[in-house]
Design a protein around this ligand. Structure first.
Ligand SMILES: [Zn+2]
Length: 573
C-alpha cells in the first residue's frame, strides 16, 4: 500500500466516524453501530506494523516449499506444518487451545474406497433397466464397513428431499420412507426470492444436506439427479470428485444411508420412463408445497465392498485470553486450513507436489500475521481470540467438522468465526467480496471497515455455487456460529475493467488444486495485506462489542444459534 492510500484511508476513517455517529443516533439497533469508527488509532497502527508483505510471504514460502511435500494429511509434511504453526503461536505468547495444555487436537480420518458393480440393475413392471458406472451413475458408500448390501429396496421420488419449517416446506409429508431409496432433485426451490432465498443456494440445496435428510428418514439410500444447471458444474466434476476414495470422520452413531448416489438426468429419465413416469412431470409436481412422495414401482438390490483405511491428523490452535471478566470466556476464532493434497499425479512439467501456496498457505500466513498483531496490542481485547489451523479441509472440511463437534469453547461462547481460505495475489482492489453477506450482523462491521479502506463490499459473485458451504466457516455455521468469509475483490486498481475477473478465472482453471499453485515473483501482496488488516480489525471489533453477533432473522442457521445459547444457559443453571 502506498503512503497516499494510507492517508486517503485515514481521511475516510474520520469521515466514516462522522457518518456513523449520525447513523447510530438514528438507528433503533445499537448493535449495528459498531463500525470502523470504533477502531482506535493504536489498534490500526499495530495492524499496519504486523500485517506486511514480509510477514505474509515468509510463512507462505516455507509452507509451500517442496520440503513440506504438499501437506497431505498424516504425512511428514503434515506433521512439520503443525509443529511450525504451534511453535509460532507459542512464540507469540498464545496459550494452548486444547485440554491438558495441548496445542493440537488429533482425530482419525477414515478412507473409503468402494467397489461398485459395472452395472446397477433395477427391476420394473416393464422389465429390467441397467445403469452404467461412471456414464450413468456414480456412488459412494454411506457406511464405514467392508460389505454393504441393499436388498430389494423400492425407489421413491421425493422432490427436493427438503424439510424446512421456516419456509413451511416438507417434501416427505410424514410418509414412511424407511428402507427406501430416495430419488431427489438437486438444489433448492429457486423461482421465488422469498422461498429458499431465490437463486442463492442454501444448505438445503446441497448434496450433504440431501444425504443426511435421507438418513433421517431411515432410507436405505439416496440418488441425486444431476443437471449442470442445478449443480453448477458438469457431470465430469461428479465423476472426478466422487469416483475415487472418500474421506470422513469416524462414524459416531449418527444415522446413515447405505449408499449415496448421483445419476445423470438422462439416465434417470430412462429409468423412470420404463416404469411409466415422465421425469419432467415428476419434477414439475415437486415445485409445490403440496407435493407428496411418489413411489416409482422400481426395485433394486445392490451389493458392494469397501477398502477401509484410517490415518491420524490434527487441528492446531492457540488462544490469547480476553481481558474482560465477563466477555473473556467468549472467543473470536480465526481459522485457516493447513492441509493440501500432498504428493499426487504429476502435471505436464513433471511436478507432483501439490504446493497449495494460495490454497491455503496464504490463509495460514494471514492468520499468523493477524495473531501476532493481536499479541502486540497495547491492551488485550475484551473477548478471547483464537487462531485455529484446521486439518483435512480438502478431504471435506473434516478438521473444522471435528472441532465443531468437540469445540474447546462451548458453541454458545464462540462469538464469531473469521475463516480465511486463499488470498488476493493480483493487487489492491476497489472492491471486496463478502461471501457471507446477508447472513448476519457481521455484515455491518465488514461494510464499515471496507468503507474506511475506500472499498466497496460486494456479495458472493457466484451465489448459485454455494461457496459459503464449501470452506470451514460452514462447520461453524452448523453449530450456530456466525462467520465472516471474504473472497478477494476483482476490481483491481490500475488494471482495465474485467482484468481481475479474467485473471481469477484463469487461476481457477490452471492453478487451483494443481501442483502449479506456487509462490512466484508474479504475486502482488498489496491486496492480501489490505484484506488481512481488515480481517484483524473486524475480529477486534467483534471482540470488543458488548453484544454477540447475531444471524439475520429467519436465517437457516438462526435455530442452531438459539439451540447453542439455550444449552449454555441450561449448563449454567
Ligand atoms: Zn482451501
Amino acid at each position: 500500500m502506498t503512503e497516499s492510500r494510507i492517508l486517503a484511508r485515514l481521511v475516510l476513517v474520520t469521515l466514516a466516524a462522522a457518518l456513523t455517529v449520525t447513523a447510530a443516533a438514528a438507528s433503533p439497533r445499537p448493535a449495528a453501530a459498531v463500525t470502523a469508527a470504533a477502531v482506535p488509532a493504536a489498534v490500526e497502527k499495530v495492524a499496519r506494523a504486523d500485517i506486511t508483505q514480509r510477514a505474509l510471504a515468509a510463512p507462505i514460502r516455507f509452507l509451500a516449499s517442496d520440503l513440506l511435500e504438499g501437506r497431505g494429511p498424516a504425512t511428514r509434511g503434515d506433521e512439520l506444518t503443525r509443529l511450525y504453526l504451534q511453535t509460532e503461536l507459542e512464540g507469540m505468547g498464545y496459550q494452548p487451545a486444547f485440554a491438558n495444555g495441548a496445542w493440537q487436537q488429533s482425530f482419525d480420518v477414515v478412507g473409503l474406497k468402494a467397489q461398485f458393480p459395472k452395472a446397477w440393475s433395477f427391476t420394473e413392471p416393464g422389465g429390467k433397466v441397467e445403469l452404467a458406472w461412471r456414464d450413468d451413475f456414480i456412488a459412494v458408500s454411506g457406511l464405514q464397513q467392508e460389505k454393504v448390501n441393499i436388498a430389494n429396496a423400492e425407489l421413491v421420488f421425493v422432490g427436493y428431499g427438503i424439510q424446512a419449517s421456516e419456509f413451511q416446506w416438507d417434501d416427505y409429508k410424514g410418509v414412511n420412507l424407511a428402507g427406501k431409496i430416495l430419488v431427489m432433485m438437486n438444489n433448492d426451490p429457486d423461482w421465488d426470492p422469498n422461498l429458499f432465498a431465490g437463486k442463492r443456494r442454501l444448505y438445503y440445496g446441497r448434496w450433504d444436506y440431501k444425504y443426511s435428510s435421507a438418513a433421517h428418514q431411515k432410507a436405505a439410500g439416496a440418488i441425486i439427479i444431476h443437471t449442470p444447471a442445478s449443480a453448477g458444474y458438469p457431470w465430469q466434476v461428479v465423476q472426478s470428485s466422487w469416483g475415487g476414495e472418500q474421506f470422513e470422520l469416524p462414524a459416531a452413531g449418527e444415522e446413515r444411508v447405505s449408499v449415496k448416489a448421483w445419476t445423470t438426468e438422462e439416465a434417470m429419465r430412462r429409468l423412470v420412463k420404463s416404469a411409466g413416469f415422465d421425469l419432467d412431470k415428476l419434477i414439475e409436481s415437486a415445485h409445490s408445497r403440496d407435493f407428496k412422495p411418489v413411489p416409482l414401482g422400481i426395485k433394486t438390490s445392490l451389493a458392494f465392498t469397501n477398502v477401509l483405511s484410517r490415518v491420524r491428523t490434527a487441528n492446531v490452535g492457540g488462544v490469547l485470553p480476553g481481558n474482560d471478566p465477563k466477555l473473556g470466556p467468549q472467543v473470536v476464532i480465526y481459522s485457516a486450513h493447513h492441509d493440501h493434497f500432498g504428493i499426487g499425479e504429476p502435471d505436464k512439467s513433471g511436478d507432483k507436489i501439490y504446493h497449495g501456496a494460495v490454497d491455503n498457505a496464504s490463509g495460514c500466513a494471514q492468520v499468523l500475521a493477524i495473531a501476532r498483531a493481536f499479541a502486540h496490542l497495547p491492551q488485550r481485547p475484551r473477548r478471547s481470540v483464537m487462531a485455529l489451523f484446521v486439518a483435512g479441509e480438502e478431504r471435506g472440511l473434516l478438521g473444522s467438522a471435528y472441532y465443531a463437534q468437540h469445540p474447546s469453547f462451548p458453541a454458545g461462547r464462540i462469538a464469531a468465526n473469521i475463516n480465511i481460505d486463499g488470498g488476493n495475489i493480483l493487487g489492491p482492489t476497489r472492491d471486496l467480496t463478502l461471501v457471507s453477506l446477508g447472513k448476519s450482523s457481521l455484515d455491518d462491521i465488514a461494510a464499515g471497515l471496507a468503507r474506511a479502506q475506500g472499498r466497496t463490499l460486494v456479495g458472493d459473485q457466484y451465489p448459485d455455487r454455494g461457496y459459503y458451504y464449501r470452506s470451514d466457516q460452514f462447520s461453524f455455521a452448523k453449530i450456530g456460529v456466525p462467520a465472516l468469509f471474504f473472497s478477494e475483490g476483482t476490481d483491481v486498481i490500475g488494471k482495465p475493467a474485467g482484468w481481475g475477473r479474467q485473471k481469477h478465472d484463469e487461476w481457477e482453471l490452471k492453478q487451483y488444486h494443481q501442483p502449479s499453485d506456487k509462490l512466484d515473483g508474479t504475486w502482488n501482496f498489496d491486496g492480501m495485506i489490505e484484506d488481512a488488516q481488515l480481517d484483524m480489525l473486524a475480529g477486534w471489533l467483534i471482540a470488543q462489542a458488548q453484544a454477540l453477533p447475531a444471524w439475520k432473522p429467519g436465517d437457516e442457521f438462526e435455530a442452531a444459534r438459539k439451540h447453542a445459547l439455550a444449552e449454555l444457559a441450561a449448563a449454567k443453571n
